[in-house]
Design a protein around this ligand. Structure first.
Ligand code: FA5
Length: 340
């Protein structure tokens, strides 16, 4: 038995020594130490030996097992290290090589505009809040003082989901949500997609983006609104930009105004893009918050007043980047997008 163990030891060492890969080594392990392995079988058969031989042969068999196992473990480590070194040599990276013509992605002009607007108003002390595109009729119209017969409520102007729910037609319901949630004083902006049954042309789309702002505090006036919008226009488009405030009518503000800036195509000279007026398309609506709207949100209009504005982000981007057709921003044509 001892000779058998000696031969097995010598054979196993030779096989381990000659193994060139971890797979081969695993086969050797199974051959000797597996359930039906040669050494395992010998160890199992020790019980059949004469009683006096058992302790001596048993001790020797265990010695052989431990020794062969030790050599096997060492060989595994050696092979692993060799494989790692080969990989390191084969997969080296030459960081000095020319990277070629790499195409790097960038922000969509609409997202860039939205982020620029947010940064600007956050700097002025506003907080950014977010809300749903599917809105209640109550928030979108009723609480905003929009009478039942207002044309914008018509089914031919608005995408209704059912009688009480719709795709928001503007971001102004965020005024209601914010006032009800946070009360006064308040200074928030909020942006996102809005939806209307509008015909499509160079400056209109049935889905577009708005950026809403609301300030509620003691003593807030139209002068504060105009000052804030002047800062916005000059920061966004530069100090040379002229601003035009036109009187308008919104159910939720009184007084109300619409705002245009110098035509981006001709810089005010007059051209086909601005119908020779020198002014851009309408960029935003704004006004002093109607007392009924404050009341609807549980804010006392005798103590607090506010101003609000809602701008078309798509049109701001058009003026900012000199884009003449709003549709270009939704078509995702790489020839257009790579220009920014
Ligand atoms: C409103 O939506 C008001 N909620 C704005 C407001 C907020 C007024 C707070 C007072 C206080 P209006 O429908 O004018 O207003 O739309 C606001 C801006 O959205 C427009 O000035 C324009 O820039 C943009 N806009 C309107 N309709 C479209 C359209 N179909 N496609 C692209 N932009 C549009």
């Amino acid at each position: 038995m001892k000779e058998l163990l000696q031969t097995l030891r010598a054979d196993a060492l030779k096989a381990i020594e000659g193994a060139a890969s971890e797979e081969e080594l695993e086969k050797i392990r199974l051959q000797y130490f597996g359930k039906k392995g040669e050494l395992t079988q010998i160890l199992k058969g020790l019980g059949k030996l004469p009683k006096d031989e058992r302790p001596v042969i048993g001790a020797y068999a265990n010695e052989v097992r431990e020794f062969v196992q030790g050599i096997w473990d060492e060989k595994v480590e050696t092979l692993k290290k060799a494989a790692y070194e080969t990989r390191m040599e084969e997969e080296y990276l030459d960081v000095t090589l020319d990277a070629g013509d790499l195409r790097i992605g960038h922000r969509h002009p609409l997202l860039a505009t939205k982020e620029e607007l947010e940064d600007l108003f956050v700097e002025m002390g506003f907080t950014v809040v977010d809300g749903p595109e599917i809105e209640s009729v109550a928030n979108n119209f009723d609480a905003l003082n929009s009478p039942k017969n207002h044309p914008s409520r018509d089914k031919s102007d608005t995408f209704y989901i059912d009688d009480d729910t719709l795709l928001r037609t503007h971001t102004s319901p965020m005024q209601i949500r914010a006032m009800k949630k946070y009360g006064a004083p308040l200074r928030i902006v909020s942006s996102g997609r809005v939806f209307r049954f509008d015909d499509v042309d160079d400056t209109h789309s049935p889905m577009f983006h708005q950026f809403e702002g609301l300030v509620v505090d003691k003593g807030v006036s139209l002068a504060n609104l105009i000052d804030t919008l002047n800062v916005f226009v000059h920061e966004m488009f530069g100090d040379d930009m002229q601003i035009r405030y036109r009187p308008h009518n919104f159910p939720f503000t009184e007084p109300s105004t619409e705002v245009d800036v110098t035509c981006h195509a001709c810089h005010g000279e007059g051209c086909p893009a601005c119908n020779f007026t020198g002014w851009s398309m309408e960029l935003l609506g704004a006004g002093v918050v109607h007392p009924n709207v404050l009341k609807n949100c549980g804010i006392d209009p005798d103590v607090y007043s506010g101003f609000a504005f809602g701008m078309g982000v798509d049109r701001i981007a058009m003026v900012k980047y000199g884009i003449t057709d709003i549709r270009l921003m939704f078509e995702n044509d790489a020839r257009f997008l790579t220009q920014f």
